[in-house]
Design a protein around this ligand. Structure first.
Ligand SMILES: [Zn+2]
Length: 368
């Protein structure tokens, strides 16, 4: 299949400042950053394939390759009922929109920990045929403003990263796309709204009791409906306001469904209070994820109930009741909450420069 791997001189020139060894390390970090559960998906396989093909081409002294749609399709065994581009196109969209943004923060951090100021990106050169390649780009400034470096974690601990693939619903975008500034005006409007709500319910219920007091038995169907409304509506209002009260008490909550796009979950809504009393707080909707140090699947945040009431915890997608971690929204770190949960030695919490060969797709590829 080597005739499908086209060497592009312009790619080589653009990246000639980067040593081939660093390029190889970046590819290994990229493979290591894919969570285990994602590795089996087509998106995970395509990313792994691009990275391993790049490493192989570098090893053979052929420079950084551009890999065609057909090569990916044939080598990975794409759906024989589809054309290569028809098969790869939706997978690539998934990679660009979801899978790459999901691992990008981890990738940047791992590269930084490996002493690199660059990180790998996946690029598609549109055209007929289209080509795919691993591009190198400078890493943004460290998110850790205090020190610029993140300290080493104890073995069982995890570090959460912001997941950039989170999509909000349209009302979510309307209010929270860049964070909602909690200005005094909004605060007073909100309190007024609640008072009006409360007043309306009290009046409604009072009126109802007066009416019932003077009504003669037996009760009509209409009266029964009104009574059930009088009982049901305050309960509904309580549910409605409970989460908002909780947010101000706990500062962080699992985001309600209406804020998120369909199929999205595990996001939080949090209030970030400014240290400067003159500055307004901001309400943000974000998602943090990590990789489970025990089994390698993705960890997402969830309500702690029933075992850890009123806490936000990180739950592994594969073992949600056992692999449970705390979530500290200040340090973005987590510790195991269930005793006896120990990371096995064979899954290191990733020193991705030492990615095992088993993480790569089978290297044997017959000559084209
Ligand atoms: Zn797990």
């Amino acid at each position: 299949m080597l005739d499908e791997v086209v060497l592009d001189q312009s790619v080589n020139q653009a990246t000639e400042d980067i040593s081939l060894d660093d390029y190889r390390r970046l590819c290994a970090i990229l493979i290591g950053a894919i969570p285990l559960d994602r590795k089996q998906s087509w998106a995970g396989k395509v990313i792994t394939y691009l990275a391993s093909q790049t490493m192989q081409s570098l090893d053979e002294g052929n420079g950084v390759p551009r890999i065609s749609t057909k090569a990916i399709y044939l080598d990975l065994g794409g759906n024989p009922k589809q054309q290569p581009s028809g098969w790869l196109s939706p997978i690539w969209n998934e990679i660009e929109e979801r899978h790459y943004p999901e691992i990008e923060p981890t990738l940047i951090e791992e590269c930084r920990r490996a002493g690199l100021t660059i990180y790998p990106r996946l690029e598609k050169d549109h055209g007929k045929p289209a080509y795919y390649r691993i591009e190198i780009t400078p890493a943004p400034a460290s998110s850790n403003e205090q020190t610029g470096v993140e300290e080493e974690l104890p073995k069982q601990s995890i570090r959460y990263k912001r997941d950039l693939s989170l999509k909000l619903s349209w009302p979510g975008k309307l209010f929270f796309s860049t964070g909602l500034r909690w200005t005094p005006f909004k605060r007073y409007s909100y309190v007024t709204w609640q008072l009006v709500f409360l007043l309306a319910f009290t009046l409604f219920d009072l009126l109802l009791w007066v009416l019932l007091w003077y009504s003669k038995p037996p009760l009509s169907g209409q009266e029964l409906v009104v009574i059930s409304m009088a009982i049901g509506m305050p309960i509904g209002a309580y549910w409605h306001f409970r989460d908002i009260f909780r947010l101000f008490e706990d500062r962080i909550l699992i985001a309600p469904d209406w804020m998120l796009a369909i199929k999205e979950f595990g996001a939080t809504v949090e209030i970030n209070r400014s240290r400067n009393p003159d500055e307004d707080s901001t309400i943000l909707v974000q998602r943090y994820t990590s990789i489970c140090p025990v089994c390698g699947w993705m960890i997402k945040l969830d309500r702690g109930e029933p075992d850890f009431p009123r806490r936000i915890v990180g739950r592994c997608e594969e073992h949600p009741r056992e692999h449970v971690f705390s979530f500290d929204r200040m340090t973005k770190r987590g510790e195991p909450l269930n005793r006896g949960v120990i990371a096995p030695n064979h899954i290191e919490q990733s020193t991705p420069t030492e990615v095992s060969e088993s993480a790569l797709p089978p290297p044997e590829r017959g000559p084209a």
